[in-house]
Design a protein around this ligand. Structure first.
Ligand code: NAI
Length: 252
C-alpha cells in the first residue's frame, strides 16, 4: 500500500514506542516523516532506520510543551520536507500517584505535555492545513480517559484530548481537515514497563495481569496502534472525523 505518497507527516514522541511504530508505518506507505522528540539521538536512530528501509525521514528535537519551540520547528520541517499534511499528536508522559498523594507539579507536567502539547502542535499545524484545505490530525488519547486508579492527571489529559478532538473536528471540518483520536488500552512499551516498575512488578508479570483482564487475552503491540493511526490519517477514512477509536483488545 502507498496511501501516503506525496504526503508529509509529523509524529511527535516518535523516538520510541507507539510513535516510532507510527513513523515507520507512515514512511513505509510513502510519507516523508518528521520524527519529532525530546531525545535527539533516539529520534535520529528512528529516522536513520526509516531511510535505510528506503523511506524518507528527518529527526527534529522539540519540547512540545513549549509553543515557541513548536512553531519554530514546524516552520523548519515544513520548509525542509516540503509541506505538512498529517499531524500525529503522540508524545506523552505519565506521573502516576494516588490522588491524595499527587503533587501539583505532577498534575501540571502531565496536563502540559499530553494536552497542552497537542494544542501547541495542532495550533502550529492548522495554519498550513487550512491554507491547503487538506489535513489529518490524529491524537493519542487512552482508555484511561474513562478513569484509572492512580492516573487522575493522565485520565484528565486524555479525556481532554477527546474534547479537543471533537471540537477541532467541528472548527476545521469546513477546511477538509479530519481530526480523530485513538485510545489504546495496555500496549507493551517503555511507558507501561515504567508503570510496572513503579508498582514493583516485572514488566512481563504486569503484562500478564493486564492480558487476563482483556477479552483478547493479551496486551497490544505498538504496531497495532500505528495501523489504526495510519487508517485515520489516510483517505480511506475521509468521512470519519471527531471520533475516538478504542484500540484495547475489547476491554470495556
Ligand atoms: P513512550 O514513553 O514509550 O514514548 C513517548 C515518547 O514521547 C518518548 O520518546 C519521549 O521522549 C517523547 N516525549 C515525552 N515528552 C515529550 C515532550 N515534551 N516533547 C516531545 N517528545 C516528548 O510512550 P508510548 O507508550 O509509546 O505512548 C505513546 C502515546 O500513547 C502517549 O501519548 C501515551 O500516553 C499513549 N498511550 C500509551 C499507552 C500504552 O499502553 N503504552 C496506552 C494508551 C495511550
Amino acid at each position: 500500500m502507498n496511501r501516503f505518497t506525496g504526503k508529509v507527516a509529523v509524529v511527535t514522541g516518535a523516538a520510541r514506542g507507539i510513535g516510532a511504530a507510527t513513523a515507520h508505518r507512515l514512511a513505509a506507505e510513502g510519507a516523508a516523516v518528521a520524527v519529532l522528540d525530546l531525545k535527539l539521538e533516539a529520534a535520529e536512530a528512528v529516522a536513520t532506520q526509516i531511510r535505510q528501509q528506503g523511506g524518507t525521514a528527518r529527526a527534529y528535537v522539540c519540547d512540545i510543551a513549549d509553543l515557541d519551540a513548536v512553531e519554530t520547528v514546524f516552520a523548519r520541517l515544513v520548509a525542509e520536507l516540503g509541506g505538512l499534511h498529517i499531524l500525529v499528536n503522540n508524545a506523552g508522559i505519565t506521573r502516576d500517584n494516588l490522588f491524595f498523594k499527587m503533587t501539583r507539579p505532577d498534575w501540571d507536567a502531565v496536563l502540559t505535555v499530553n494536552l497542552t502539547g497537542a494544542f501547541n502542535c495542532a495550533r502550529a499545524a492548522q495554519a498550513h492545513l487550512v491554507r491547503q484545505r487538506y489535513g489529518k490530525i490524529v491524537s493519542l488519547s487512552s482508555r484511561s480517559a474513562l478513569g484509572n486508579r492512580g492516573q487522575a492527571n493522565y485520565a484528565a489529559a486524555k479525556a481532554g484530548i477527546q474534547g479537543l478532538t471533537a471540537t477541532l473536528a467541528i472548527e476545521l471540518g469546513p477546511y477538509d481537515i479530519n481530526v480523530n483520536a485513538v485510545a489504546p488500552g495496555y500496549i507493551a512499551t517503555a511507558m507501561t514497563a515504567a508503570t510496572a516498575e513503579r508498582v514493583g512488578a516485572a514488566p512481563e508479570e504486569h503484562q500478564r495481569g493486564a492480558a487476563e483482564r482483556t477479552p483478547l487475552r493479551r496486551v497490544g503491540r505498538p504496531e497495532e496502534v500505528a495501523a489504526v493511526v495510519a487508517f485515520l490519517a489516510c483517505d480511506d477514512a475521509s468521512y470519519i472525523s471527531g471520533q475516538t477509536v478504542y484500540v484495547n483488545g475489547g476491554a470495556r
